[in-house]
Design a protein around this ligand. Structure first.
Ligand code: GDD
Ligand code: MN
Length: 411
């Protein structure tokens, strides 16, 4: 049994509400960083050393680190407490009656004295050095700043195809269920961010599962958002706690935030970009003309080319030429201002590939909706097709705006 002179912090209880700065019971400071941990005994020591070395230099005694451990079987809390002996800015909470990443972070923020509150994972997959850039954005006036894998300088070191697909799929689902929350940042799945305490103080929080960033974006008083690119690192020790359960919790959380969506939209003034949508629709119409023209040129024996190719082959080429047409016009016209901020050829190619993927997903959705309306609701085939085209045009527009031609407004 290890005897520590440093005591565990009391675990806050009751409603998940972060107190205003002038109501905190602890010594106020500038920045409080919370580390949620579960079975990170082999990571937490190195993590704390690296953080303290970095923050001591940049913020001297104006910061604190709070480890919130859910009574890990590998006694992570004890290892953290041992480290705290040497690191006076580190404090530890051991939760024995509650469990879950998002609520652990909120409990940590409730116990914190910081004007700025943040969260970082305890397994070194979020590089501590990025903290200084995040704090720099807060100092520059942002209310909320998130470390993103999907902006310039961002990426994922080694994630299998399935995990990438699941992560992007989750984002896509979020853009459909709670667009005004999930669509506010390029990497809503990121667990590495910070915000001004005043943006969340006094708000009753009620997250589910992992996504504390969505809870803040959906319920917080957040106007100015900034993003910083970072590369998600490979885990050195231990394993991820993400299971299918987290995906179920995520959907449940989205539905809860959606019901508040209307309130947060009003609060966060996110007008629907009607002008840009009309341009997108117009370009879509030009694509139909291109599609028809190319189909005629390739398939009709009477066409000047006289190729008379098979219908399927001609249709596939016609669709791809139409997609290329739509992409170029959208890049040069509809999203000109956004494309202008991502000028490299690599970024252009990435946008074109994403545009293709989103259009192909749209096509699948189109066939699904058409069949649903025709077979299930008995709607006339042509009316059903028209409705499907309208719905998918909205889909293509919104997903391309949020996942493809995206730059974070405040940046
Ligand atoms: N207190 C507490 N309670 N901590 C937890 C719990 C819990 O129930 N579950 C996980 N943690 C801690 C882990 O110990 C780790 O420090 C951090 O939360 C992240 O958990 P991981 O299990 O390592 O998540 P991941 O690496 O698969 O996913 C992370 O990165 C993704 C990409 O940014 C998470 O941050 C995801 O939210 C994020 O999407
Ligand atoms: Mn991790």
């Amino acid at each position: 049994m290890v005897l520590n002179s440093v005591q565990l912090l009391e675990n806050p209880s009751g409603a998940l509400v972060i107190p205003e700065l002038d109501a905190v019971m602890v010594q106020p400071c500038y920045f409080s960083l919370v580390i949620p941990t579960f079975n990170e005994s082999r990571n937490i020591g190195a993590m704390l050393q690296r953080l303290v070395a970095l923050l001591d230099e940049a913020y001297a005694d104006r910061y604190e680190i709070i480890v919130v451990d859910d009574d890990s079987p590998d006694r992570t809390w004890e290892v953290a407490l041992g480290a705290a002996e040497q690191l006076p800015r580190v404090r530890v909470i051991r939760r024995q009656t509650e469990r879950g990443l998002a609520t652990a972070v909120i409990r940590g923020w409730q116990a914190a004295g910081g004007e700025v509150i943040g969260v970082i994972d305890g397994d070194l997959q979020h590089p501590p050095e990025v903290l200084l850039q995040l704090l720099g954005e807060i100092d520059a006036g942002a209310d909320f700043v998130i470390a993103s894998r999907h902006v310039e300088g961002g990426g994922i070191s080694e994630w299998g195809f399935v995990r990438r697909l699941l992560s992007r799929g989750a984002q896509l689902l979020g853009l459909v269920i709670a667009p005004t929350v999930v669509g506010r940042v390029s990497d809503p799945m990121s667990g590495y961010f910070m915000l001004r305490r005043r943006a969340l103080a006094g708000v009753e929080l009620n997250p589910k599962g992992y996504k504390i960033s969505l809870e803040a974006l959906g319920r917080g008083r957040i106007d100015r958002i900034a993003e910083v690119g970072y590369v998600f690192q490979e885990r050195q020790a231990g394993e991820s706690k993400v299971t299918a359960r987290q995906y179920v919790d995520y959907i449940h959380h989205l539905l809860k935030l959606r019901s508040r969506g209307r309130v947060s939209r009003m609060r966060n003034q996110i007008p629907f970009p009607i002008g840009r949508f009309l341009r997108f629709g117009f370009v879509g119409l030009s694509g139909v003309v291109v599609d028809m023209a190319v189909l005629y040129l390739l398939h009709s024996a009477a066409s000047p080319l006289g190729l008379a190719w098979g219908l399927t082959r001609s249709k596939i080429i016609a669709s791809e030429v139409a997609i290329l047409n739509n992409f170029c016009w959208n890049d040069r016209w509809t999203f000109k201002d956004l494309a202008g901020q991502q000028k490299s050829v690599g970024q252009w190619v990435k946008r074109f590939v994403k545009f293709n993927l989103i259009c192909l997903l749209g096509l699948t959705l189109n066939v699904l909706i058409l069949n649903l309306l025709f077979n299930l609701f008995g709607i006339n085939a042509y009316v059903a097709n028209l409705l499907a085209i309208v719905i998918v045009t909205f889909w293509n527009f919104w997903i391309n705006l949020k996942l493809n031609w995206r730059v974070t407004s405040s940046k």
